[in-house]
Design a protein around this ligand. Structure first.
Ligand code: SME
Length: 157
């Protein structure tokens, strides 16, 4: 497939609906995990321009930062800590409209104002989380939850 991403305009649903078949194309026939996580993070960053998009991977009972796009981030997060560790512990997507109001939020970048974290679940275990941060407050909704959950399902772990 061509490596160029077609950047869609329109509302968020339209943007995700344009992006998802392209993500499928990128992942098709490739089973290298780092390559796939890197390209998914890049595709999301290119389409939506968010501050930070990336993966934390469960390793030895900690989250360790994986492929991402954006400013340098904290390397390790413990279970139950921050938004990422809370999403891992609960095995649920967490939407944070205002990071300052989330108790225990880990501020990797002071520019981050809102956040969504989606767990990647395989065989009933959280194996990673997808973390997305925006410089603007209240940027994530159930639309993002639905499509980001769909996108992480496409990745072969
Ligand atoms: N804010 C996250 C930490 C990761 S960075 O935002 C990239 C958290 O509270 O878990």
């Amino acid at each position: 497939m061509a490596e160029d991403l077609h950047i869609a305009t329109g509302n968020k649903t339209e943007q995700y609906q344009s992006l998802i078949p392209q993500v499928r194309g990128i992942l098709e026939g490739e089973n290298d995990l780092v390559a796939n996580l890197a390209n998914v993070a890049a595709a999301l960053k290119e389409q939506f321009g968010w501050l930070w998009v990336g993966f934390y991977i469960v390793k030895n009972n900690e989250l360790v930062v994986g492929p991402f796009q954006g400013p340098v981030a904290c390397t390790r997060i413990k279970k139950g800590k921050g938004v990422c560790g809370t999403s891992w512990a609960a095995a649920k997507t967490i939407i944070v409209p205002d990071v300052e109001k989330f108790p225990g939020h880990i501020a990797c970048s002071s520019l981050s104002k809102s956040e969504i974290v989606v767990p990647v679940i395989r065989d009933q275990e959280v194996v990673a989380v997808l973390d997305v941060d925006s410089e603007k407050p209240d940027q994530f909704s159930l639309v993002d939850q639905r499509y980001l959950e769909e996108i992480v399902e496409l990745i072969q772990f």
